[in-house]
Design a protein around this ligand. Structure first.
Ligand code: F6P
Length: 430
């Protein structure tokens, strides 16, 4: 681990100090991370969250989707002579990443016309370094990590290279240090004062004793807008299982569906259901006491709105309270009587409010590690393996077969009628 951190340090400093030059001797101005899932979501979320710590002279971009729109929209803005690509893939077999990497390499060679340019503009991060070298990445440009690092748990490893380039190696170490603080808390705190344990048991209490089916993450912080999609993979890919560690079917639900968006925007989108829907949907509100902008009055309003939501969810409003409020507003008794039932808020809806001093590398590292350990505790209690993801393989296999059928036009009868007709429709597109 320390060898890799040292290699990262040398590389990051060379790029940020302008020592690393492109093929035409230009310093690097843009880094493009090509990866998906755990090779994208964590670094993308952290880079977005820590914009206040963004290094000068360098922009970090992320490409993930096989949809050509993703890479086209990014590359059209960039100069190949000052662009460096990171191909991030634990397996180095993921079709989206390899396809985008080939497109990026063609884009570079269409401008520079010399395969010797690749070593100046491509590095790779993988647990299969030999496959990266086979792809054409110079051996000295490959950053390895290990099979024991789960993809969705990997931003602390060399997969975090775009983070270190974006915020500098010192801040990357601060991120690691924040995570270590939470690791230490988790390891040594008694259970009744142990944050990951308490949060995991709350999830199990609602999920398995109140039959809730989803949980929502609502960061009251624009810089944490990518936290919900990151936590979707961390939690749902770890604990969305039906078989226990012994290979036997389980007859109880495991991971809830994880979703969310930033506050205060959600108040004008989905909070209606949270307040008056019939479902109980536990919520994690996340907010910082201090922010990175000068508009203190707006931060006070943000904070007030965050607390107001959890308070309204808790206390609700009775029909009598609604009726009396309507009378106070000057509504006559007859209309107040009609309208009051529609304004009942049941209350007694659970939420956690996680408060940070400020969003910085250290606190973000602790927050991410908090959810990693929460996910681990849930998996232990549900007696499942939180570190495999066999459920994603069937879709990948099917995509390979369907792609071949689309290209060749053969074997359509091998598919179910729905898939066959949809392939036909695609092939007949004008
Ligand atoms: O979705 C399946 C998955 O294997 C994830 O677990 C992983 O984070 C992602 O695909 C990308 O995998 P790789 O880093 O090997 O390209």
């Amino acid at each position: 681990v320390n060898d890799t951190l040292h290699k990262m340090q040398i590389f990051v400093n060379a790029v940020l100090d302008g020592q690393w030059h492109g093929y035409t001797d230009k310093r690097i101005t843009d880094v493009v991370n090509i990866g998906i899932g755990g090779s994208d979501l964590g670094p993308r979320m952290v880079v977005d969250a820590l914009q206040a710590y963004q290094q000068q002279h360098l922009q970090v971009h992320f490409i993930a989707n096989i949809d050509g729109t993703d890479i086209s929209n990014t590359l059209e803005k960039l100069n190949p002579e000052s662009t460096l690509f990171i191909i991030a893939s634990k397996s180095f077999t993921t079709i989206e990443t390899l396809t985008n990497a080939k497109t990026a390499r063609n884009w570079l060679l269409n401008h520079l016309h010399d395969t010797k340019s690749v070593r100046h503009h491509f590095v790779a991060v993988s647990a299969k370094p030999e496959r990266a070298i086979e792809f054409g990445i110079a051996k000295e440009n490959v950053f390895a990590f290990w099979d024991w690092v789960g993809g969705r748990y990997s931003l602390w490893s060399a997969i975090g290279l775009p983070i270190a380039l974006a915020i500098g190696m010192d801040n990357f170490h601060a991120l690691l240090s924040g995570a270590r603080s939470m690791d230490t808390h988790f390891r040594f705190q008694p259970l009744k004062a142990n944050m990951p344990v308490i949060m995991a048991l709350l999830t199990i209490w609602y999920n398995n004793f109140y039959q809730t089916t989803s949980e929502t993450i609502i960061p009251y912080d624009e810089h944490l807008k990518l936290l919900p999609p990151y936590l979707q993979q961390l939690i749902m890919e770890s604990n969305g299982k039906s078989i226990n560690k012994d290979g036997n079917a389980i007859d109880y639900p495991t991971s809830p569906v994880i979703w969310g968006n930033v506050g205060s925007n959600g108040q004008h989108a989905f909070h209606q259901l949270l307040h008056q829907g019939q479902q109980i949907i536990p919520i994690d509100f996340i907010i910082a006491l201090h922010n990175h902008h000068p508009l203190q009055e707006q931060h006070e309003l943000l904070f007030a709105n965050c607390l107001a939501q959890s308070q309204a969810l808790l206390m609700g409003r009775t029909k009598t309270q609604a009726y009396n409020e309507l009378l106070t507003e000057g509504i006559n008794e007859s209309n107040a009587k009609k309208l009051a039932p529609h304004k009942i808020i049941s209350g007694n809806k659970p939420s956690n409010t996680i408060v940070m001093q400020e969003l910085n590398p250290n606190s973000l590292g602790s927050l991410i590690a908090l959810y990693e350990h929460k996910t681990f505790v849930e998996g232990i209690i549900w007696q499942i393996n939180s570190f495999d993801q066999y459920g994603v393989e069937l879709g990948k296999q099917a995509a390979t077969k369907i792609s071949a059928a689309i290209t060749s036009g053969k074997g359509l009868k091998d598919f179910d009628s729905s898939t066959e007709s949809l392939i036909e429709k695609f092939k007949q597109r004008s």
